[in-house]
Design a binder for this molecule. Structure first.
Ligand SMILES: [Zn+2]
Length: 270
């Protein structure tokens, strides 16, 4: 059992823009949040900065199909599962791991002018009336160049629009005790040779979900079948590794806080 007692806020009329670097990040890092926002009646705008062009595919593609085409199709499936109201692709290209050749590509997200992209995101947020923007934290969750870029773009867009910003991260202390080596971020951080996440004390908000929300989150993650399979997110450890989504916040408590904070002071950690 994950969280049996969750607030059920009425968020009709609220719009939240959620920015991520690659298809699958939305499900891994904010799948519960997106689903719960949709359930509460909020409109959610999911913005993907790249199509994950350098992720390869662990399954055979159809003749003529490209990796980004496959990944966008998977993203559309995941977005539907998560109740996303509108999906927008920002048009950057996956930059790959630090030191790799992807960074030299003319459309590499990590080399793009963050202000140009931030203006685009800010315009979207303004058009949609989104007073809340969710984006990677200052460390890019685990330091991948595209996640660092997603931080710069998201933070600038929040500044341009005056939106409350929630900065996506993971609680590395929680993951250390509850899910040692059992979260995809562990392998990703190893591949990028970077530290990851934050200490508990640096995190403002931990969003959790019910067993049903967790089931949806797992289905959304595994919709990205070109990147991972069900064995990569085993049921036995799924709640421990993926049962919370963690955010730092700039500005006063906002829409995401109304989903409830699982880190209640003095409460035993689940
Ligand atoms: Zn990513």
């Amino acid at each position: 059992m994950n969280e049996p007692d969750l607030p059920t806020p009425d968020l009709r009329g609220q719009t939240v823009l959620v920015l991520h670097a690659h298809p699958d990040d939305e499900s891994i890092f904010s799948g519960l949040t997106l689903r719960r926002l949709a359930d509460a009646g909020a409109r959610t705008i999911l913005v993907l900065a790249t199509a994950g062009e350098l992720g390869g595919s662990r399954v055979p593609l159809r003749p003529g199909e490209t990796v980004p085409e496959r990944r966008i199709a998977e993203l559309e499936t995941a977005a539907e599962l998560l109740g996303v109201s509108r999906l927008v692709l920002l048009g950057g290209r996956d930059s790959g791991l630090p030191g790799g050749p992807g960074l030299a590509h003319p459309r590499a997200l990590a080399a793009a002018d963050p202000l140009t992209l931030a203006r685009h995101v800010a315009e979207l947020a303004d058009d949609e009336g989104a007073a809340t923007i969710v984006h990677d934290d200052e460390h890019g969750i685990y330091g991948h160049p595209d996640h660092n870029a997603a931080f710069r773009v998201g933070a600038l867009a929040a500044e341009l629009t005056g939106a409350t910003a929630y900065r996506t991260t993971v609680d590395r202390e929680h993951l250390h005790t509850a899910a040692r080596d059992g979260h995809l971020v562990h392998g990703a951080a190893r591949a990028a040779a970077t530290p990851f996440g934050r200490a508990t004390v640096e995190i403002a908000l931990a969003v959790s979900g019910t067993d049903a929300h967790l089931e949806v989150k797992r289905a959304a993650i595994t919709a990205h079948a070109s990147q991972l399979g069900p064995d990569d997110v085993p049921l036995s450890t799924f709640a421990a590794a993926y049962g919370y989504e963690w955010y730092r916040r700039t500005g006063p408590a906002g829409v995401l806080d109304r989903l409830g904070n699982a880190h209640l002071v003095g409460a035993p950690r689940v």
